[in-house]
Design a protein around this ligand. Sequence first.
Ligand code: UD1
Length: 374
Amino acid sequence: MVKLILVAGARPNFMKIAPLMHALKDHKSIQPILVHTGQHYDVKMSGQFFEELNIPNPDINLEVGSASHAVQTARIMEGFEQVCLKENPDYVLVVGDVNSTAACTLVASKLGIKTIHYEAGLRSNDRTMPEEINRLVTDAISDVFITTSIDADENLLHEGIPVEKIHMLGNLMIDSLVAQLPKAKATKLNFKLLNRDKPIELGKDFQSGQYGVLTFHRPGNVDEKESLTKLVHLWGEISEQIPLVFPVHPRTYKNILQFGLQSVIESYPKLFFIEPLGYLQFIHLVSNSSFALTDSGGIQEETTYLNIPCLTVRPNTERPVTVWEGSNKLIKTEEIVHEVQLIIQGKGKHGTIPKYWDGQSAERIINMIEGISK
Ligand code: UD1
C-alpha cells in the first residue's frame, strides 16, 4: 500500500483536492491521508467548501490560522514535520501556490519524502507576488511535477527539470467545475448586502446574463489605499452601466473598512458587495454572468472553461493559456471602463478549452502515481 499525504490549506486548494479524494475513495493500492493546514479557517473560506465538494473531513488539521508570511509558514512547517514523522508517508502531494504548498514541500523534502507538486511550472515572472515565490521554492525541490498546460512544461524544462519528471495531465479545478456545474446551476442565488440586511435577488435586482462578477484580493491591488480607492470608484462607475456582484474576500473588506471606503460603495445602488459565497453559489453566479472582472488565478481558468469573457486586472498572469487559448484578457486599471463597454456591446473575448481540461484529470493523476510507485 502506498501512503500518500495530500495537503490543503487555503480556499483555492479545496477544489483541486476534492476530485483527488473522490478518485482515491476505497482505492486498492493508495492510502490517502488528508492534512488541512488551517491557513484558511472560516466556514465561508473553508468549511462550506468541504461540505459542498463532498471532501471527507481532514485526517489532521494543523489549525495554523492567519499571521505574517514568515510566522504562518513557520507554524505550518512545525506542525507538518510532526505529521510526517508520525505517518512516514511514501509521498506528499501539494497543490497550487499558497504558503501551505511551499511550507509542506520544504518539510517533506528535508525528511527525504518524495514530493509531488500539482500545478507545477506556472510562472508570472513577478517576484513581488508571494505566490510566485511559493511556486519557485516548491518547484526547486519537488520530485514529481504535474502541470495543467504546456507553457508550464516549457518553464520547468527551461529551469532544468528532466522531462521524465513532468506530467501534463490537465486541470483539477475544471474536474470540480464539470462535476458540480449542474448542481451549481440548480442552487438558489440567495444573498444579502454585506453589513446591510438587504436581500439581493436574481431576476429582481440583477438579471441573468446582464451583470458582471467582481473578485479582487491581490495585495498588489487592494492593500494600498490609493489603488483600492481608484478601483472602488471605477467599480461604481461601471455599475451605473451594468450591475456588479462582488463576493468580497476578507482581505479586501478589511481594507475597505480601514480606508473608509464603505460610504463610496453605498452610494452606488447597483454595486452589490456580498459575503464570500460557497462554491455552488459562486459557480452559478459566474456561469450566469456576462463577464468577470478579477485579479484571481482560478477564475481565469473557470471562465475559460465556461467561455465567458474575463478581464484580469494584473500586469501578468501565471496562466497564459487562458489568454492565448481562452476568454481571458489582461488589462490595466485605466482600461477597465473601455473593456467593459466592449463586452456590453457584445464584443467580449471568447476562446477554446485547453487540452485535458475535461473533468478527467484526477483519474489521470492517480494512474500516474500508481505507475511511478510500482
Ligand atoms: C491566500 C493565498 C493566495 C490565494 C488566496 C485565496 C498565500 C500567500 N496567499 O491569500 O494565493 O489566492 O489565499 O483566498 O498563501 N482571513 C479570514 N478568514 C480566513 C482566512 C483569512 O478572515 O479563513 C483574513 C485574515 O484576516 C487574513 C486575511 O484574510 O489576514 C488574508 O488571508 P491570508 O491567508 O493571509 O491570505 P489571502 O489573501 O487569503
